[in-house]
Design a protein around this ligand. Structure first.
Ligand code: PMP
Length: 495
């Protein structure tokens, strides 16, 4: 049976006694009435009992689960890059993951199809959760005692769950000025107010945020004092901004000073392009070396247990798998589990077992690291092609940009003052005509106003567009960017 759990990784989830570390702050007085009043789901108790070690022999006459004898999947077969895949061309060296019904009793693996196809517990399977906890320990090593993880169906669902848990009516959340719309689309119907904080090319501005919070006047602002902060710290969606370690420490200190609970939504964490490449031909970094080379997450500096970190397999493996995980203080993770018990229950077992057999049984942490490095390199190349295409095809008088240091997105700033009708047209109208012209020229880009809580209705003094280099084929990027350049020239009557 494969095991690749290193000794150092076995003590995770606050199980180990870290000298000098304290337990998380108690957040329970911030829980919504809905979250605080949730009990455990009675039907789930039985799954928890059956999942306990030592209870494998219990004959269950409890949950009305279907019989594994009647599942119409007898085995699953996935073709994947084998553990020894070549870093430059993983598809050249593949292996078949054969997943059978009785792999556990036959000693093939400790997770098999008969249990993956069955109902499970609200935390997700102990097998995949165990692997994820090891990953969190290696990459983030949260510096407080009682952290824990839970599997989710991705960051979208995790965001909905945490916003319900903390969502008393009237909660104000600080967000980055332009942000991922799902955040406010989830929060507005729950009664959240949003305070868009100023940013620069590196993301949130800690001093500005501190000033705003220090002089907060609820009446003048029309919102309660913020108690939460939502941030996308790596390759921010949409601006592409990535704060340095120092900037993050400053933001964390502001969050401590003003007692903000932080939602860290970080699906692009491993796509950091500016890590130093080793000399040509050098061995790839070990998982530990790679983890150390990344800009530290908020979770990794979270001595208070005030960070709710959302990770997802969506970008590193596959969005359709719908599996991610949360790391947070155990008392908060416990509430997430209560929500799961009456909603998603757990991510699809078919996804969980495919991920586990690939990540744990085939690759191990080092193989997964090599995979992440491989795709990071691929996205970096696409970024470089897009930056080159911008230099070649966009009118610099009107458009400016920075090469993003991480993530999937480029953020274009349009100098709308140069539009021939800038005096009579609003920024919103100028944005719309550029967007329409781009589509006429066969390219789709995302208007900056879509990332604003009020969609720019109260007026905008800037015009932005977001482009992704992740989705298009590399050789499609130059023509697409040229089409955008042609559209902008047409709108700005640049001849
Ligand atoms: N958060 C951010 C910042 C994203 O960019 C995305 C994907 N576009 C998500 C969350 C969604 O993640 P998931 O697929 O895990 O739900």
């Amino acid at each position: 049976m494969p095991t690749n759990t290193s000794e150092s990784c076995k003590q995770v989830g606050g199980i180990c006694g870290h000298a000098g570390l304290k337990p998380a702050t108690d957040w329970r007085d911030r829980f919504s009435t809905e979250a605080a009043s949730r009990g455990d789901a009675v039907m789930q108790r039985m799954h928890a009992i059956l999942a306990q070690p030592g209870n494998e022999g219990v004959c269950s006459l409890g949950p009305g689960a279907p019989s594994a004898d009647f599942f119409p999947f007898f085995a699953a077969e996935y073709t994947v890059p084998s553990a020894g895949f070549p870093d430059d061309a993983p598809a050249r060296c593949t292996t078949q993951l054969h997943i059978g019904m009785k792999d556990v009793s036959e000693g093939v693996s400790n997770y098999d199809l008969s249990s993956a196809l069955q109902y499970g517990v609200g935390t997700g399977s102990k097998q995949l959760l165990g692997f994820v906890k090891e990953h969190v320990k290696i990459f983030h090593n949260p510096p407080y005692l009682d952290w824990d993880c839970i599997l989710t169906t991705g960051n979208t669902s995790a965001m909905d769950t945490v916003m319900r848990i903390f969502g008393q009516k009237g909660v104000t959340m600080v967000i980055e000025n332009h942000t991922y719309p799902t955040c406010f689309e989830t929060g507005l119907p729950l009664g959240y107010s949003f305070f868009p904080a100023k940013m620069d090319n590196e993301g949130l501005l800690p001093d500005e945020l501190d000033r705003d919070l220090s002089s907060w006047d609820e009446e003048a602002r029309g919102m309660k004092r913020p108690t939460m902060l939502y941030t996308i710290p790596t390759g921010q969606n949409p601006s592409g901004a990535t704060p340095s370690a120092d900037r993050r420490r400053q933001v964390y200190a502001v969050a401590q000073k003003h007692d903000l609970y932080i939602l860290e939504d970080d699906p692009y964490y491993v796509f950091q392009f500016e890590q130093e490449a080793g000399p040509p031909g050098a061995a790839p970094p070990t998982t530990q070396q790679y983890a150390r080379s990344l800009i530290p997450s908020y979770l990794s500096m979270d001595t208070d247990g005030r960070v709710f970190r959302m990770d997802s397999f969506a970008k590193t493996i596959s969005p359709g798998a719908r599996v991610g995980w949360v790391t947070a203080a155990r008392q908060v993770v416990e509430r997430v589990m209560r929500v799961h018990e009456v909603s998603t229950q757990h991510p699809s077992g078919i996804s969980q077992i495919a991920l586990y057999r690939l990540l744990h049984d085939e690759w191990g942490h080092d193989g997964w690291t090599r995979w992440m490095l491989h795709i990071c390199e691929g996205y970096k190349k696409r970024r470089d092609v897009m930056v080159g295409a911008c230099e070649a095809s966009l009118p610099r008088d009107v458009v400016s940009w920075n090469a993003p240091a991480a993530g999937f997105f480029m953020w274009l700033t349009i100098d709308w003052h140069k539009h021939p009708q800038a005096g009579t047209m609003s920024t919103h109208e100028i944005e719309q005509v550029i967007y329409d012209a781009a589509i006429r020229h066969q390219v789709l880009v995302v208007p900056g106003s879509w990332f604003l809580v009020d969609q720019g209705k109260s007026g905008m003094d800037t015009v932005f567009f977001r482009m992704t280099f992740a989705a298009p084929a590399t050789n499609a990027i130059p023509n697409a960017v040229k089409a955008l350049g042609d559209a902008i020239r047409e709108v700005f009557k640049m001849g």
